[in-house]
Design a protein around this ligand. Structure first.
Ligand code: PEP
Length: 248
C-alpha cells in the first residue's frame, strides 16, 4: 500500500499564503510514490482546490480539519461534511487532540463525525494518542485502545493517525521502538474491532515529524505514512518528508 503523507495546516494561512504553499507543494509532487494530502483551514479549501486542479503533476488531495456530526442545522460557526466536500475536500481529520482539548470532543462525538463524514463522501482520518502523564503511568495502550473502540464504527474504512499528544508541536518524538510497539498495538486492535478489514487501514504516525526524522519513522513496521503539522507549512520540508516516504 502507498504511504500517505498528510499536512495539517491548522489555523494558518490567509488566501495568498495558502495559494503560494499549495502551488509549491503541487509543483514538487511529480514522481512521488506516496499519496499527498493537505488539510488547510476551511476558508481556503476552494482556493487550494483550484491550485491543485490546475497543477500538471500528481494530484494532491485536500481535506478538512474537522466537521460537524449533523448534516445541517442550527450550529453557528460549524461546517458540515457536505460543505467540505462541496468546497473541494475529499478527506477530513477527526478527533485531533487539539479538537479533543479545545472543544471537549469525546470519542462518541468523534464516532458521530466519522459517520457524517463517510455519508458525505469524505475519508476520515481519526486521531488517537495519549498524553504525557498517561504514558508516564504506562496507560498509553489502554487510552489509545479506548479511543479506537469509542471512535471507530464497526465498518470503519478510513485512516487512523497515532499522535502522542506530548509529541505534537514540541519537537519531541517517541523512540522508534515505542512508535513500532504502538502501531502494532493499533493494528491488533483494528483487527479485533473490524475483522480482516482492519488490515487495510493505514496507520499514520504524527507528532513532530520533520525531514530529519521522517525516513526512520516511516520505515517502521505498520507505519503507513505521517500526519505532519508544523513542517507541512514549509513546502520544501513537506516534500522532503514525502520523499522519505517514497524510500521507506
Ligand atoms: C499535528 O498537529 O497533527 C502534528 C502532528 O503537529 P506537528 O507535526 O507540528 O507536531
Amino acid at each position: 500500500m502507498r504511504q500517505l503523507i498528510a499536512g495539517n495546516w491548522k489555523m494558518n494561512g490567509l488566501l495568498a499564503e495558502a495559494e503560494a504553499l499549495a502551488e509549491d507543494v503541487a509543483a514538487g509532487a511529480e514522481g512521488l510514490s506516496c499519496d499527498l494530502l493537505v488539510c488547510p483551514p476551511a476558508t481556503v479549501i476552494c482556493t487550494v482546490a483550484d491550485v491543485v486542479a490546475g497543477a500538471p503533476f500528481a494530484p494532491v488531495a485536500i481535506g478538512g480539519q474537522d466537521c460537524h456530526a449533523a448534516a445541517s442545522g442550527a450550529h453557528t460557526g460549524d461546517l458540515s461534511a457536505a460543505m467540505l466536500r462541496d468546497a473541494g475536500a475529499t478527506w477530513v481529520i477527526l478527533g485531533h487532540s487539539e479538537r479533543r482539548t479545545d472543544h471537549a470532543e469525546t470519542d462518541s462525538v468523534v464516532h458521530a463525525k466519522v459517520l457524517a463524514a463517510v455519508a458525505a463522501g469524505l475519508t476520515p482520518i481519526v486521531c488517537v494518542g495519549e498524553t504525557e502523564a498517561e504514558r508516564l503511568d504506562g496507560r498509553q495502550e489502554a487510552v489509545v485502545g479506548a479511543q479506537l473502540a469509542g471512535s471507530l464504527p464497526v465498518d470503519f474504512a478510513g485512516v487512523v493517525a497515532y499522535e502522542p499528544v506530548w509529541a505534537i508541536g514540541t519537537g519531541r518524538t517517541p523512540t522508534e521502538a515505542d512508535v513500532a510497539a504502538m502501531h502494532a498495538f493499533i493494528r491488533a486492535a483494528l483487527l479485533r474491532h473490524l475483522g480482516e478489514a482492519g488490515r487495510l487501514v493505514l496507520i499514520l504516525y504524527g507528532g513532530s515529524v520533520k525531514p530529519s526524522n521522517a525516513a526512520a519513522l516511516l520505515a517502521l513496521p505498520e507505519v503507513g505514512g505521517a500526519l505532519v503539522g508544523g513542517a507541512s507549512l514549509v513546502a520544501a520540508d513537506f516534500l522532503a518528508i514525502a520523499r522519505a516516504a517514497q524510500a521507506a
